[in-house]
Design a binder for this molecule. Structure first.
Ligand code: LLP
Length: 418
């Protein structure tokens, strides 16, 4: 459920016509619905009612300060993967003791930052990292709270780039080596072993893989507890998929029930790290049609947003619905929707049936709230686009469009070239 709807053939975000925003701030821009974000968090959290849990929004999906602040105010925790995300999270008001830190390559400065901040838990992904965190905690005279990320070797049946829980993936420590790794951790002086963690992939559209992973983890937790370790947290990661085209992922309640049914009386706090499911369908990318072109074998709709603004279509062959912001044209054509960048991979859609739009028309690229702006770049010296949030009948720019000066900020010509 989201708040992007047509009234009289005009696309609205909540109570604001999308075209009004475009006419005031220009295109392209990302547009987020406050009501949708809030609703998604509340529904996700409520699906686990009755269970001791902490929902830690996975910052990487969208780190805009307005979105982080909204979730922090709702009592959400945060899943981070870098010092930069920790900085953003703290700035937006997340309490450090609700922040978990995943990622295979935490640098010393990032570990120190997290130790100083006093985060809830490091999700550790290798024995080398375990030793490094222990060393840094010793130097800083801190205790380091940790979980080990277990790679449960289950197939999440998603795009290979977003599968993370298979043996061949770089993530976590293999299930077979898990017990020994916890024993190693138990011998390190500055660590507090608090939990068990996994994250098996993203855009997962079945409940089965989560259940398979959880089954492995519950066995491990039982073994750890009988070895005398005080495991308090089970972090199930994120990964629940959304509908981009015709996928039918489990409902929030089905997903929650699949997890809850296996928890039994384990006396643990459950941690969840949803990203896409909270923000994906709460955002769109609005772009203007620049030109139409009939190639020899294809029609092209050339728009002012490119692969640098939304990388998902070309990187994963991902489908994003593209809808006209004013739904007045009756004819439908088949066309590629392409951006201005000098690469054939610069497309938002290929061979798409779409309204017969003309130059100056606006298009909405749907379901772009997750892994949209955060994966954008300045490729081809294109200033990154604005981000806007709608709240009822008002909207605010929550990130200004970059300027040409922004493009060269921090660059210097060395003296020998002057
Ligand atoms: N926790 C960890 C440790 C993760 O690595 C991720 C995502 C999440 C949670 C959140 O997963 P979600 O609920 O959003 O599926 N750029 C890709 C997605 C990469 C996901 C990376 N990790 C895309 O655009 O589809």
């Amino acid at each position: 459920m989201h708040h992007f709807k047509y009234h009289d053939n005009v696309l609205y975000c909540e109570d604001v016509p999308v075209r009004d925003i475009a006419s005031q701030i220009g295109t392209p821009f990302y547009l987020y619905s406050h009501a949708t974000l809030k609703r998604h968090f509340q529904l996700f959290n409520a699906a686990f009612d009755g269970v001791d849990r902490l929902v830690c929004y996975s910052a990487k999906a969208n780190t805009n300060q307005a979105i982080l602040k909204l979730f922090a105010d709702l009592g959400c925790g945060l899943d981070i993967v870098s010092g930069g995300e920790l900085y953003r999270g703290l700035k937006a008001g997340f309490s450090p003791d609700r922040i978990v830190y995943s990622g295979v390559g935490k640098r010393i400065d990032e570990i120190d930052f997290a130790l100083d901040a006093g985060i809830l838990m490091f999700n550790v992904e290798s024995l080398d990292e375990l030793a490094q965190i222990d060393r840094r905690a010793g130097i800083l005279k801190k205790r380091a709270p940790i979980a080990i990320r277990i790679n449960p070797d289950v197939d999440p049946k998603t795009h290979p780039y977003t599968a993370t829980g298979l043996k061949k993936n770089k993530f976590g420590i293999g299930y077979e080596a898990a017990l020994d790794s916890y024993r190693v951790a138990g011998k390190l002086e500055n660590l507090d072993i608090l939990g068990v963690d996994c994250h098996i992939g993203s855009q997962i559209t079945e409940a089965g893989p989560f259940q398979d992973a959880l089954e492995n983890l519950t066995h491990l937790i039982a073994e750890l507890k009988s070895a005398g370790m005080n495991i308090r947290y089970l972090d199930m990661g994120g990964g629940l998929g959304i509908t981009y085209a015709d996928e039918s992922p489990p409902s929030l309640q089905e997903y929650a029930d699949a997890i809850i049914s296996q928890l039994k009386n384990m006396d643990l706090q459950l941690i969840l790290e949803p990203g896409r499911v909270l923000v994906g369908n709460a955002g769109i990318l609005v772009t203007e049609v620049l030109y139409r072109k009939a190639g020899e074998v294809k029609n092209f709709i050339i728009v002012d947003a490119g692969m640098n603004d939304l990388l998902r279509p070309t990187l994963y062959n991902a489908f994003h619905a593209i809808e006209p912001v004013e739904n007045s044209r009756k004819d439908v054509i088949v066309a590629d929707v392409v951006g201005p960048i000098c690469e054939s991979g610069d497309f938002l859609a290929v061979d798409r049936s779409i309204a017969d739009v003309k130059s100056g028309d606006l298009l909405a690229v749907m379901s772009a709230g997750a892994y949209g702006f955060v994966m954008s770049s300045n490729y081809c010296s294109r200033p990154r686009v604005a981000e806007v949030m709608v709240h009822g009948d008002r909207f605010n720019v929550v990130k200004a469009r970059e300027t040409y000066e922004d493009l060269v900020r921090g660059e210097t010509v060395p003296p020998f070239l002057e």
